[in-house]
Design a protein around this ligand. Structure first.
Ligand code: NAI
Length: 314
């Protein structure tokens, strides 16, 4: 089997001072990538900063024979994202791979207790951070017609009680992944953007209590997520706009599909009609996965203006 190598590639891994990000940065560096290990430091709720966090992680990678440098700017502001990309460019002149891994959980708990600040903080790191970094690298990647972006979403997207800021931020990451991938596909670019929902033991999973955390430590090491990140970061990345659940040595596609549903023959249908055909709308047999929003609209009309779509989407 051909070994997947990254010689000549430059990667930015955000939030790589510890936990999962460090495992991704280590895996990429061990296979030949030059890695900018970004991490603001601070605790899992986003409090405080510590430049030593990224520095120690980069040193540990160098100790293993890899090429890594530390960066401790924040992903959560446009200026921070600009500084991270500028740092990698100044050191190595290009960025081929971006892993948007930085994240915090500042607002878990019942919805009525979540503060404005917690809502804003969770969105600032996972959602805005991913947006700022992608935006900063969009033009350079288009100019070189090369880029591999791995965004980090979360299974909390399926539901996580009433603590919504974190899943909302991760849902935004998934939506951004789909939106950007549909643009690069429409443009015919060699830029692939995919996402993962990792499952791994880290200081974040301590939050879930000892019963869950002990199983996480036993069965879900961060290193078991890294192979899929490396696959999606590699030049042979086999997909664009996909999301995978990854953990404990396995991975699986996660998708949003549309059921064949019910189509009324009369556009002036009634709420009673909708009630009567509810089960048909719910049935997922024969579902399909639209690759962009117009493809979904095409289910409702045979008259989609595809030329206008091409112009708009690219
Ligand atoms: P972690 O807390 O060890 O890693 C997150 C890293 O992001 C930390 O090192 C932190 O200092 C850094 N960071 C936070 N704010 C930052 C900022 N503004 N700028 C730069 N760096 C910043 O936790 P873990 O578990 O390794 O999480 C990594 C990613 O995986 C996160 O995005 C998390 O939401 C996501 N995730 C983790 C899961 C798990 O099972 N551990 C499950 C689902 C998602």
């Amino acid at each position: 089997m051909n070994e997947m190598r990254f010689e000549g590639r430059v990667a930015i891994v955000t939030g790589a001072g510890g936990g999962l990000g460090r495992a991704y940065a280590t895996a990429l560096a061990q296979r030949g990538a030059k890695v900018l290990v970004n991490d603001l430091g601070g605790d899992f709720q986003g409090q405080g900063t510590d430049a030593g966090y990224a520095a120690q992680s980069a040193q540990a990678i160098r100790d293993l024979g890899g090429i890594a440098e530390a960066n401790s700017d924040t992903v959560a502001t446009p200026e921070g994202a600009r500084a991270i990309v500028a740092d990698a460019m100044a050191r190595w002149g290009q960025v081929d791979i971006l892993v948007n891994n930085a994240g915090i959980v500042s607002g878990a708990g019942s919805l009525d207790t979540i503060t404005d600040e917690q809502w804003a903080n969770d969105l600032a790191v996972s959602a805005s951070g991913t947006f700022y970094l992608c935006r900063e690298l969009w033009k350079p990647m288009q100019e070189r017609d090369y880029g591999r972006i791995v965004n980090v979403a979360s299974g909390s997207w399926f539901g996580m009680g009433s603590g919504v800021p974190y899943p909302a931020a991760k849902g935004a990451v998934w939506a951004m992944t789909r939106a950007l991938a549909s643009a690069t596909t429409a443009q015919g670019r060699n830029i692939r953007i995919n996402a993962i929902m990792p499952i791994a033991s880290s200081r974040m999973t301590v939050l879930m209590g000892e019963a869950i955390d002990s199983i996480m430590r036993r069965d879900f090491p961060p290193s078991a997520v890294a192979p899929v990140v490396a696959l999606l970061a590699h030049e042979t990345a086999p997909c664009n706009g996909e999301m995978f659940s990854v953990g404990g040595g396995g991975f699986a596609r996660v998708f949003a599909g549309v059921s064949p549903g019910y189509r009324a023959t009369d556009k002036h249908w009634t709420p009673e009609d909708a009630r009567e055909h509810f089960d048909e709308a719910m049935c997922t047999n024969g579902f399909f996965i639209p690759s962009h929003s117009m493809e979904e609209s095409a289910v409702y009309t045979s008259d989609v203006p595809w030329e206008a779509f091409e112009a708009f989407y690219s």
